[in-house]
Design a protein around this ligand. Sequence first.
Ligand SMILES: [Zn+2]
Ligand SMILES: [Zn+2]
Ligand SMILES: [Zn+2]
Length: 165
Amino acid sequence: MSGENATPLGFEKHDHKACVVGALAAAEARCAAEGLRLTPVRQKVLELLLREHRALGAYAILDLLRDAGFGSQPPVAYRALDFLAEHGFVHKIERLNAFVACAHPNENHSPAFMICRLCDAVAEAHSTPAKGALGDAARAAGFQIEKTVVEAEGVCPACVDKADA
Ligand SMILES: [Zn+2]
Ligand SMILES: [Zn+2]
Ligand SMILES: [Zn+2]
């Protein structure tokens, strides 16, 4: 995974307030442009996932929704997550069976995730599935890659000291 534009967001110091506001605004604008309905519960789920660059499981989201006064019907949370994932506002992290808000909501992309095994922080970079060894193998096999799942597990900068202890 290399490339100048592969900037991980979650592990770097950045203006997170602007990051949240920007992502919510981008989601609203895209829904308006594409005629998608960003219902209050969908928006709330996205907002919850944007709070931290950390993956949340469906049950954790359900708890937070209940705390926010949205009731606690699992199908409501699942349908909201399905919608957000289908349209690329959030991604599912298979490794954690959890969801994370997309860090690049305006770009058509194949995400690649770096997952901290100590604090579950997640950073998203771009992957280029058609390049590299996998791309070469696919071309040799006449295979067209449509989607890849790239999830790297390791230790984030904030946890490096803990990992040594
Ligand atoms: Zn942020
Ligand atoms: Zn993304
Ligand atoms: Zn960490």
